[in-house]
Structures are given as structure tokens and as C-alpha cells.
Design a protein around this ligand. Structure first.
Ligand SMILES: [Zn+2]
Length: 202
């Protein structure tokens, strides 16, 4: 569901350094319990994609980002639903709707990639795709989602335990409970408040 808010109109979303599919999932976020849509229009999506652009094997060009329209936004939001479904299923150890897995696979199939050797001056590998750059980026996000739910990091997928937070992260240490230090601080303050209130009530 896409929501609009008069309070935050600059769009965009928190980028936490998580794998790209989790970053996409996190474009839906909450501030003090109010939910926000970080991808409300094509410009928001283009900005977000540009911010993580250097993570892709085939980096979306500036021209491609300028050309992002409603169709690309709709594809991104649809892919986000697919990612949300498979990540939720992976965390709950259930099976996602077939439409979600088929949806993911469709984005991957739509933009095949290959790698070629270059030797100037040193040996290096360069990724190519025949697809539109934005479709290629969505395919990479979809592929990364597949890696995430089939690989060893699946067990580390977590919803943030911060008060009112709806973000997800991939745990990089066994004790991590929060998407960010800010959420950790909020959670500690909330716990402290509950403890002192309980003590005072005795
Ligand atoms: Zn959080």
C-alpha cells in the first residue's frame, strides 16, 4: 500500500548499509509509530536507486535515473512486495505465496547479465546486460534476495526490535537486535523508563 504524508515530503528512506533487497524493504519505514512510504513518486525511486547505485555490477547511469517514470516505480514497488513476502517466509520458516517467488524470478529473468574479461592494464571483469539499466538493477536486487533467503545469512534476517520501528536488517553479530544505533538507544531509554516506573510503583 502506498501512503502519503504531509509531514515528510522529501521522500527517500533510511539507507543502513544492508543488502540491497533489505534496503528496498526498508523504504517502508516508521517514525514514532507513523508509517511512511519512502518511494512515493518516480523521483524518490530514482534518488534512492542513485544512492545505492555503486553497489550494482551494472551501475544505473545518470541518464537512466533521469528517465525513471511511473512504470519503473511500479516495478520497484512490486518487487518490494515480492521481497517482503520471501523475507517474511524465510524468517517465519514458512512458504511464501507462489506469486512472490514467481515475481522475483521474473525480475531476474527479465535482465540477464554476463561478465567479460578486460585486460587493460590489469585483468579485470566487467558486468554487462542487454536490459534497461533500471530493470538490470531490479534484477540484481531480486538475485540478491534469492541469495539471502537460500544462503547462510537467512538465519540472520531480523525485524528491528526498536520501539515502533518496522525496518529489517541482517544480523552481523549474534546479539544485534536493532537496525541502527539510534533504534538501540530508543529501546534502552524505553526499557530504563519501564524499569524506573516499576520501581517507583512498588
Ligand atoms: Zn529500527
Amino acid at each position: 500500500m502506498r501512503t502519503r504524508s504531509a509531514d515528510i515530503d522529501d521522500g527517500g528512506a533510511p539507507i543502513l548499509g544492508e543488502p540491497a533487497p533489505i534496503e528496498l524493504l526498508n523504504t517502508r519505514y516508521a517514525v514514532r509509530g507513523v508509517r511512511y512510504e519512502g518511494l512515493r513518486d518516480p523521483a524518490h525511486f530514482a534518488t534512492w536507486l542513485g544512492e545505492i547505485g555503486n553497489r550494482f555490477a551494472v551501475e544505473p547511469t545518470a541518464a537512466a535515473l533521469r528517465a525513471v517514470g511511473e512504470a519503473e516505480l511500479a516495478a520497484a514497488l512490486d518487487l518490494r512486495e515480492c521481497v517482503a513476502a520471501v523475507v517474511s517466509a524465510a524468517m517465519a520458516e514458512t512458504v511464501p505465496a507462489q506469486a512472490a517467488t514467481e515475481g522475483l524470478n521474473g525480475y531476474i529473468r527479465a535482465a540477464p547479465q554476463w561478465r567479460e574479461l578486460r585486460w587493460a592494464p590489469a585483468p579485470s571483469v566487467v558486468a554487462y546486460t542487454a536490459a534497461e539499466p533500471v530493470a538490470a538493477a531490479l534484477a540484481e536486487i531480486a538475485s540478491a534476495a534469492v541469495e539471502l533467503v537460500t544462503g547462510t545469512r537467512r538465519a540472520d534476517l531480523r525485524p528491528c526490535q526498536g520501539p515502533g520501528c518496522i525496518l529489517h536488517f541482517v544480523r552481523d553479530n549474534p546479539r544485534r537486535e536493532w537496525c541502527s544505533a539510534a533504534c538501540g538507544n530508543r529501546a534502552r531509554v524505553a526499557r530504563h523508563y519501564r524499569r524506573t516506573k516499576n520501581v517507583a510503583g512498588k
